[in-house]
Write a protein that binds this ligand. Structure first.
Ligand SMILES: [Zn+2]
Length: 118
């Protein structure tokens, strides 16, 4: 991404708190628990611009189905809403792509029929 302030390309991105430096935004979001938050920090090494975004995981209501799965999907859709507030297109698109991919793989995993030892 480019720095919104000076246009420089030396912008680092960091995910926190308690996330490894190499953690991707979507990973951090998928790991975070309800009521907790992810801090997404960007810093320009050229001009010193920096920004913290706090992405909070809000209350999750469960619906029909396996509560864990519903919870996860609702969490993801809420997070997508949160992510849409990020104004850096590249970061946002990358994160959303990642989240969608994960959601799809979750769907695939959960649509398999359950067989009781037939
Ligand atoms: Zn800058």
């Amino acid at each position: 991404m480019e720095c919104p302030d000076c246009g420089g390309s030396c912008v680092s991105q960091e995910i926190g708190p308690n996330q490894a430096p190499s953690t991707q935004l979507a990973d951090a979001i998928l790991d975070v628990e309800e009521g907790d938050h992810v801090v997404f920090t960007r810093q320009c090494w050229t001009c010193g611009w920096s920004e913290d975004r706090h992405i909070k995981v809000t209350a999750i209501e469960t619906d029909v189905g396996d509560p864990a799965i519903v919870e996860r999907q609702q969490r993801l859709s809420e997070l997508v809403d949160e992510l849409q507030q990020i104004d850096d297109d590249e970061t946002l698109k990358a994160a959303l792509r990642d989240v969608r991919r994960r959601r799809q793989s979750t769907d695939n995993a959960t649509t398999e029929p359950e067989e009781d030892g037939v």
